[in-house]
Design a protein around this ligand. Structure first.
Ligand code: FES
Length: 200
């Protein structure tokens, strides 16, 4: 009997029917496989982009409440997006600039070719020049400039002022003074209606 239990296939009886021990071993193996699959599932599942990550790939913003002269900041892919509803005066100031005099002559607009010049037309929303949509990150060392909130100091050019090292941007978000090398970037976006912007 002892020799039978230590053989390679010890539990099959003379009729080759599965014995009680076979059944226990099969059941144990089955549970182990299910356990392994269950343990693997969270690992596989976390490799898929979750719904929150997918939703951040683009974001839709309601701008119906943003009156002329006001601005809002929304987050997109972890970055602040400045949306300003510019006044006529701010637009006129931005247009009254010779692109050749700018430190950064490029529009830096993800919706246009890389070599598009930094005219106000190329910085503002297409066919909606009061609207400026921009990644609100200073191109010097990445601070978030002031100029969005009512009462913020907006710098000498009426746009944005970065308090970290004093960079100043105009009303089209172009660098005009201070150490920042480039205009603030324009993200990819479209107006899906008169009051909604889809960013990303
Ligand atoms: Fe804006 Fe340095 S980070 S001026």
């Amino acid at each position: 009997m002892a020799a039978q239990e230590t053989s390679l296939n010890p539990s099959h009886g003379p009729d080759d029917e599965p014995s009680r021990r076979d059944i226990i071993m099969i059941a144990a193996t089955g549970f182990a496989a299910i356990g392994a699959a269950a343990a693997l599932w969270p690992l596989l599942d976390q490799m898929n982009p979750d719904s929150s990550a997918l939703s951040l790939a683009s974001t839709e913003v309601d701008i119906s409440h943003v009156d002329t002269g006001q601005a809002i900041t929304v987050m997109w892919r972890g970055k602040p997006i400045f949306i300003r509803h510019r006044t006529d005066e701010e637009i006129a100031k931005a247009k009254d600039v010779n692109v050749d005099d700018l430190r950064d002559p490029l529009a830096r607009n993800a919706n246009l070719p890389d070599n598009a010049p930094a005219t106000d037309d190329n910085r503002a929303a297409k066919d909606r020049e009061p609207w400026l949509v921009m990644i609100g990150i200073c191109t010097h060392l990445g601070c978030i400039p002031k100029g969005q909130a009512v009462g913020d100091y907006k710098g000498e050019f009426g746009g944005w002022f970065c308090p970290c090292h004093g960079s100043q941007y105009d009303t089209a978000g172009r660098i005009r003074l201070g150490p920042a090398p480039q205009n603030m970037a324009i993200p990819p976006y479209t107006f899906t209606s008169d009051t909604k912007i889809k960013i990303g």
